[in-house]
Design a protein around this ligand. Structure first.
Ligand SMILES: NC(=O)c1ccc[n+]([C@@H]2O[C@H](COP(=O)([O-])OP(=O)(O)OC[C@H]3O[C@@H](n4cnc5c(N)ncnc54)[C@H](OP(=O)(O)O)[C@@H]3O)[C@@H](O)[C@H]2O)c1
Length: 276
């Protein structure tokens, strides 16, 4: 059973399937496999060009819509109010659903009109097209600006894993009940080579990637969305759930002490991550 994070703002499965680079028939098969293993939270985006494949998998799975948690995102060059609406309607059509559980601004854009974006997100929520809205790749200063405008996002999705600190954003999100969704929670697979994680994994009969996920899963207010194409990896990632309870305080302290400045996803349109 996948645990659920419940806050005043959102109820969301703590573990979901990431689908970046999972497209076409491979994408559909991966999402169908995950749903058959018990995953209920699927993370996609207009930009991933896979919403049709995800939608086909949702339909083929036979899982009732209300049991699913479906996230999609609007790309940063579509943040004018009408463009947000067009992107959302396209996502809904391709996914074959009449609402999203979570709709995210994928990246902030330089010079974006944040008040207009906020009004649009609140409007599509009031219209029932999205149950919750949130943002992704927003640094602390933009979270503050959003709040000053009266915006109450339900979720912030950012890169977060054993080699990258998000302490400041976690301190912002926790008291407000904003779910912090960790993307690239496995460091895109590279954490398999991390010696401290390897040592802890050996003691628990687990893999370093499972340890990396377990370290995140045990954290309050944190959700993880590892991407895994293969059923064996999807199953292994589910097994991180019991491992989260088995990590010792020494294990956790050793992971906490790792360097935390290794960012994998930082395209040229990234915001200033240090905007406080
Ligand atoms: N908001 C954003 O800007 C943003 C940015 C990046 C990512 N995301 C979201 O976050 C999701 C996850 O991030 P990510 O895809 O960058 O990286 P990730 O989940 O950290 O790592 C994915 C890689 O790990 C491998 N893997 C997964 N489970 C494994 C296992 N148990 N054993 C061995 N290898 C395993 C996958 O291999 P296979 O696929 O070959 O199985 C893949 O190569 C994305 O798919 C996307 O939904 C959002």
């Amino acid at each position: 059973m996948i645990p659920v994070l419940k806050t005043d703002r959102i109820t969301i499965p703590k573990l979901g399937l990431g689908t970046w680079k999972l497209a076409g028939a491979e994408g559909q098969a991966a999402v169908e496999s995950a749903l058959s293993l018990g995953y209920r939270h699927i993370d996609t985006a207009d930009r991933y060009a896979n919403e049709e494949a995800v939608g086909a998998a949702l339909a083929a799975s036979g899982v009732a819509r209300q049991e699913l948690f479906v996230t999609s995102k609007v790309w940063w060059d579509n943040l004018a109010p009408e463009a947000i609406r067009r992107s959302l309607e396209g996502s809904l059509r391709k996914l074959g659903t009449d609402y999203l559980d979570l709709f995210l601004v994928h990246w902030p854009a330089p010079g974006m009109d944040l008040p207009a974006i906020l009004r649009t997100l609140q409007a599509v929520q009031a219209e029932g097209r999205v149950r919750h809205w949130g943002v992704s790749n927003f640094p602390p200063g933009l979270m503050r600006q959003l709040e000053e405008l009266g915006g109450a996002p339900a979720c912030l999705q950012v890169e977060y894993h054993a080699l990258l600190s998000q302490a400041r954003l976690l301190d912002w999100c926790r008291p407000r009940g904003i779910a912090l969704t960790a993307y690239s929670p496995l460091g895109q697979g590279a954490l398999a080579e991390q010696p401290v994680l390897q040592g802890i994994a050996a003691r628990h009969g687990a893999t370093p990637l499972q340890v990396a996920l377990a370290w995140l899963l045990r954290q309050e207010n944190v959700v993880v969305i590892p991407k895994a194409a293969r059923p064996a990896s999807q199953r292994a990632n589910l097994e991180a759930i019991p491992l989260a309870a088995a990590l010792t305080p020494e294990d956790v302290a050793a992971i906490d002490a790792l360097p935390k400045d290794w960012r994998r996803v930082t395209p040229d349109f990234s915001p200033n991550w240090n905007f406080l």
